[in-house]
Design a protein around this ligand. Sequence first.
Ligand SMILES: [Zn+2]
Length: 245
Amino acid sequence: MMGNGWAMGWTAIIAAGLVAVSGLSAREVHGPGFELVVIDSLDKPDGPFWFVPHDNEAAAWRVGLEALQAHGGRLVAVENAGRRMWPAPCPVSCDPNRSLGANPYGDAVIRLMSPGQPVVGLHTNAPGRRGLGAGAGTTWADARDRNVWMPRALAGFADGDALAIVAGTRPKSDAAPPCLPNFMMGGAPMLYEEVRDGGDGSMSNDLALRQPERTYVALEARHGDDDSLRALLAILMACPAYAQP
Ligand SMILES: [Zn+2]
C-alpha cells in the first residue's frame, strides 16, 4: 500500500466491506475509460453530492464518507486503483478533474446529480509554495492573490493549504459565491476561479459553464490532513445553501 493507505482503490475498499456497514449502498458506474463508485445514503438521500475525483487523495475519500454518513446524499468517487491520473491514452485529459464536460465521463457524472442538489468537491494537495507542478502544491491561498478572499483572522488555516474554492464566469468583483460569509466568519480562505474560454475541465469550471444555477464549493487541504478538511466541512454545512432544513 502506498502512503495514503487507500492505494488499493475504492472498489477493493467496498469489496472488503468497509463501506456497506452503515446505512449506505454502493454500486459502480462504468463507461469508456472510467469507473465511478457511487455510494448513496439510505437514511438521508436528500443531502449533497460529494465528488472525489482523485483516487490518491485518501483524506478526501475518508472525509467524504464521513460527510455522507453525517449529512446524507450521494458520494461519487473515481475508481482508479489508487492513482491520481488515468493511464494513457486518455479520452480528454488523463486527470479526472480536467476531463469533465460534454463527454461520456462528464455526462455520466452530471447525470448522477439530482436537480438542485448542491455539490461539494473534496480534494487534498501537497503543501503550497513549492511549485511542484499540477496537483502538487499549486493550490493554496495567498493573501496577496487578488483571486482570494482572506478572512480577518485565519482560524487554524494559516498555512493556506486548507481552503474553499468556487468558480464562476463573472469577474471576482461581481461574484457572489455561496457560503463566502460563512468561510470568512469561520476563518478560512476562499479562492475564486474566473472561468474563461470553455473552462479547464474541472468540476468547478464545468458546473459554472453548464449548470451555473447549481451550488458548488470545493474543499481542499493537505494530503492526509483530515482535520482541516473536517473543519472546512463544518463551516460549509452551517451555510444555508448546504444545511438541511
Ligand atoms: Zn484532487
